[in-house]
Write a protein that binds this ligand. Structure first.
Ligand code: ADP
Ligand code: GLC
Length: 477
């Protein structure tokens, strides 16, 4: 079985969020199960500089926007074979992979088209995928190009990491995107008079995967369907939710390359040292008994962090500490900075994206706040569990599937791993924060028990990769 994964992110070379982590780990886990897996990525600087390039895999012609381009092949740092679409005018630019400069539709149509051509014709050495597996809207046109080619084609899978991002462009782009007018209708690539890359993928792919079972249900309802719930409901039989995994080689307090001091569930004393080091690094009061809450996140509306901002003063009044690492909405950045300025011993903010700091925040904090309004899967709460940093999450998507609330009942039956609240309300989050502070202070022994249980949860990729393998096998039969 030959599977080509197509993505715009790949840890550790190009990372905006969890998609990178998935791409850094899932192909390895599939390889361990015997799948002949390869990756296709745009030639972003992080990729060109971070992989071992071994040569040219062929020329691809007829690409939207550029005509012909070289396809390189090489190996990722994890030794997975990778194809790189080398179009410097599109990809060799400063800034992140999704920096908008007016031609994103062409950048990602070219990626999709290259995937389709590899799928139809294979590379120079005759490697040809039996399955093309596309991640998010950036490669959403690949299943459409393949299906519309009318040629014998590989099977296709589209993976929704976040339905909120769809890649929507004016219908006037139809021709330059090389889509036939006959595909511009409700059951094709058309979406409210525009072209929708993700919808194209969801329409033409043989199977649709999303990243948690609960999210697979949520996106079939108007609240979180982003106007695609009708299509997704119609395709419910071909839609499955497979929970992401965590790469414990990278995200483990016993092994992390970014920590001065390591620990595990049997030796939690190291976590106390990590907490003290973090408090010192952030200029917070170096008090071991103060509950330290952290946020490590894109500051996007989806993440519900306005509810954390609303509760920041309340946390301060509870005598707790708050450490924020994130970048995104200026209103939130400024809001958190204002609170930090008023309470420098209790609140600290680091604006930016810093992989090492993310590990130190996870290791040093007592609890992670992730009150997302919507969370397809979420990886940070999985990392927090392994770091013994109890997640405080809203009951949605993958958060609902991975964290068990420390209710009296769940504490008594020995299943609690964090704090889960339901309503999308700052008030209810506040109540949950109060509950967490109380358990931390009044019942430290129970807190430690929950911590140990959280650290022992197994969300490794092995099980998830097994589900992907089942999906591939079903598809080929
Ligand atoms: P999403 O993909 O929606 O952003 P996930 O929880 O799936 O959410 O993945 C987020 C990933 O991005 C994690 O690896 C997390 O550590 C990382 N991350 C988010 N914000 C930052 C930041 N400011 N600095 C470093 N890492 C971050
Ligand atoms: C998206 C989602 C996140 C998920 C990640 C990886 O960015 O927002 O919930 O964990 O993709 O699948």
């Amino acid at each position: 079985m030959k599977v080509l994964h197509v993505s715009a992110e790949l840890y550790p070379l190009v990372k905006v969020g969890g998609l990178a982590d998935v791409m850094g780990a899932l192909p390895q886990a599939l390889k361990a199960l015997g799948v002949d897996v390869r990756i296709l990525m745009p030639g972003f600087p992080g990729v060109m500089n971070g992989i071992r390039i071994e040569g040219e895999a062929g020329q691809i012609s007829g690409l939207p926007g550029v005509g012909a381009a070289r396809l390189l092949h090489g190996r990722t740092p994890a030794d997975i074979p990778i194809y790189v679409l080398d179009i410097p005018t599109f990809y060799n630019r400063p800034g992140g992979p999704y920096e908008e400069s007016g031609d994103s539709h062409l950048k990602f149509a070219a990626l999709s088209c290259a995937a389709a051509q590899l799928g139809l014709h294979g590379d120079r050495a005759h490697w040809k995928p039996t399955i093309v597996h596309c991640h998010d809207w950036q490669s959403g046109l690949a299943p459409a190009y393949l299906a519309l080619s009318g040629l014998p084609r590989p099977a296709t899978v589209v993976n929704i990491h976040n339905l909120a991002y769809q890649g929507i462009y004016p219908s006037t782009f139809l021709k330059e995107l090389q889509l036939p007018p006959s595909a511009f209708h409700l059951e094709g690539v058309e979406f409210m008079g525009n072209i929708n890359f993700l919808k194209a993928g969801l329409t033409y792919a043989d199977r649709i995967v999303t990243v948690s079972p609960t999210y697979a249900q949520e996106i079939q309802r108007p609240e979180w369907g982003w106007y695609l719930e009708g299509l997704l409901t119609r395709r419910a039989k071909e839609l499955v939710g497979i929970l992401n995994g965590a790469d414990y080689e990278v995200w483990s307090p016993a092994r992390s390359a970014h920590l001065e001091c390591h620990y595990d569930s049997e030796r939690l004393s190291g976590k106390k040292i990590c907490k003290n080091l973090l408090q010192r690094e952030l200029g917070l009061d170096e008090n071991p008994g103060t509950p330290l809450f952290t946020v490590i996140s894109r500051l996007a509306p989806q993440k519900g962090l306005d509810m954390v901002l609303e509760n920041a003063e309340y946390l301060v009044s509870l005598g707790a500490q708050l450490a924020i690492l994130g970048t995104g909405e200026p209103m939130l950045e400024k809001g958190f900075q204002r609170v930090a300025k008023a309470h420098p011993n209790q609140v600290a903010v680091r604006v930016g994206f810093d992989e090492g700091l993310a590990h130190r925040f996870l290791a040093g904090a007592d609890a992670l706040l992730m009150p997302s309004r919507q969370e397809p899967c979420g990886l940070t709460q999985l990392y927090a569990l392994r770091f013994g940093t109890l997640p405080v999450v809203r009951r949605t998507g993958g958060l609902a599937d991975t964290v068990v609330d420390a209710s009296p009942e769940n504490l008594a039956n020995g299943t609690a791993t964090g704090f889960v609240f339901g309503p999308d309300s700052a008030w209810v989050l506040g109540e949950t924060l109060g509950r967490a502070c109380e358990l931390y202070r009044q019942n430290p022994r129970t807190w430690t028990e929950v911590q140990r249980r959280a650290m022992k949860q197994d969300f490794s990729w092995k099980a998830s990769a097994g589900h992907y393998l089942d999906l591939y096998q079903g598809l080929l039969h």
